[in-house]
Write a protein that binds this ligand. Structure first.
Ligand code: PLP
Length: 479
């Protein structure tokens, strides 16, 4: 008996193009309104834990709701429950700056809905990624070994943490293939390195004790002499140095590790040399700041996050390797259902071999759109502008006898303490954030509490940093 096919249900699944045509302008208008007014929102959300959930129904709707109802809940619940990373008053942690090209490209990425696990499942997704990372390597002046026309190449990951993880997996397997035992492997990084280095090691099956924290100097840069000593001591003890991770712009203070001697030390022991420039790397768009990459030629891998300071928004982390083979060797498994003639021909890249997950988004489209809409000069000018604003603020703070800047301000992140001590600095942080106009965060260096001010939001201008200075001036107690 012939069973008639079920009638299509009315709703977005049945007519996505019609829904886009009808609701798209309304949703876009919401986005325009949000961005036009975001500077007037309290930067840090003031809602109490549990408030957001308490505003929303406990059970999902059984029947379709309209976009007007969804947008109303954005205004009623999501906006108050949001800490506004896109506010020009965002100075906390680091930035995650978005832009109109990134917003629009995200919509296009989801429209295409590509899952680019294989070249075959997304030739444009794959080839655009290779191209756009060659473009970015050129814009940042990266060593030619990272370009895709040799043994190396670039890949987009979801985060710097994942980028560092896959570099660690490649380093681990290279060392094990050379005969080292997992228990004997040792990695080295700055005492100020990001926690993702240790997390990556743990995910790779090593213990935290297999990571050596190398002391830093007064400018918070790794002491290469102490790195050399630590590696020699481990070798004497029968251990195998397999990974050295340098940071260009540490999270706390933007300390700049000396890449050349760290790379030399890694090479002397056959260890992998990975460079983490997650936040600061974007500064190399500007010729004047390209010194941050001095010595990068010796690196096996390098990561910087366009989703931090390159107007691309979460998520887009760019990882380059000088030789892709160890990465592919570490991560490649090919079940029958993924075999296909293109992959078999050896003429295409399958980026699934360069990352932990199988599936992958078409993130390259977003980076491509950002680079095309800004142009490389436009991106460099925007980043340079942020650095100028940060340095101007640092100059004003340094000239005021209430404050001390205990570490240099090489780029867009400045650290400052009140001379009255930790309590005064902490009170200033609280007072600034309580205004709702700005959000700054803190760190602790050698036991001292410091305000961290990171200047890099898309909409932040001199008027905004002037306002921040006025607030600091007004709210900071005398020395
Ligand atoms: N590395 C450095 C130097 C960072 O500053 C950060 C962010 O704090 C990270 C890594 C982690 O970045 P992601 O969130 O992309 O994993």
């Amino acid at each position: 008996m012939d069973v008639p096919p079920p009638a299509p249900l009315p709703g977005p699944w049945a007519a996505p193009a019609a829904e886009l045509a009808e609701a798209g302008p309304e949703v876009l208008a919401w986005a325009v309104r949000y961005l036009a007014g975001v500077a007037d929102q309290p930067v840090l959300s003031t809602v109490a834990p549990g408030w957001v959930r308490a505003q929303l129904p406990e059970h999902p709707p059984a029947v379709p709701e309209g976009w007007d109802e969804i947008l109303a809940d954005l205004d009623r619940v999501v906006v108050p429950g949001t800490s506004h990373w896109q506010s020009p008053g965002w100075y906390a942690y680091f930035q995650s700056n978005s832009s109109a090209p990134a917003v629009l490209a995200e919509a296009l990425i989801t429209t295409l809905g590509t899952q680019g696990m294989l070249w075959q499942t997304g030739p444009a997704c794959t080839e655009l990624e290779t191209l756009v990372l060659d473009w970015l390597a050129e814009m940042l002046g990266l060593p030619s070994a990272f370009r895709s026309d040799g043994a190396g190449g670039g890949v987009i990951q979801d985060s710097a943490s994942s980028s560092t993880l896959v570099a660690t997996l490649a380093a681990r397997d290279r060392a094990r293939r050379a005969g080292a035992r997992l228990d004997d492997l040792v990695a080295y990084t700055s005492a100020d390195a990001h926690s993702s280095v240790e997390k990556g090691l743990r995910v790779a099956g090593l213990l935290s004790e297999q990571l050596r924290s190398v002391p830093v100097d007064a400018a918070r840069a790794v002491r290469p002499d102490l790195l050399v000593d630590a590696m020699a001591a481990d070798v004497t003890d029968g251990r195998v140095p397999f990974l050295v991770v340098a940071t260009v712009g540490t999270t706390s203070t933007h300390g700049m590790d000396p890449l050349a001697p760290m790379g030399d030390a890694a090479r002397a022991h056959g260890a992998w040399f990975h460079v983490d420039a997650a936040h600061a790397g974007a500064a190399a768009l500007v010729a004047e700041h390209r010194w941050i990459h001095d010595g990068l030629d010796g690196a096996d891998s390098y990561v910087m996050d366009p989703h931090k300071w390159l107007f691309t928004a979460m998520d887009c982390s760019a990882l380059w390797v000088a030789d892709r083979q160890p990465l592919v060797d570490a991560l490649s498994i090919t079940p029958e259902y993924l075999r296909n003639p293109a992959s078999g021909s050896g003429r295409v890249v399958d980026y699934r071999h360069w990352q932990v997950p199988l599936g992958r988004r078409f993130r390259a489209l977003k980076l491509w759109a950002v680079i095309r809409r800004f142009g490389s000069d436009g991106l460099a000018a925007a980043v340079d502008g942020h650095i100028d604003l940060a340095r101007d603020l640092a100059r004003r703070l340094a000239a005021d006898d209430r404050f001390v800047l205990p570490v240099p301000t090489p780029l867009n992140l400045l650290c400052v303490a009140h001379r009255g001590g930790d309590e005064a600095t902490e009170a200033l942080l609280g007072a600034l954030n309580a205004t709702g106009r700005v959000f700054v965060s803190h760190t602790r260096i050698d036991g001292r509490y410091l305000l961290r001010i990171s200047v890099g939001q898309t909409a932040t201008t001199a008027a905004h940093t002037d306002e921040l200075w006025d607030l600091i001036d007004r709210l900071a107690p005398p020395p």
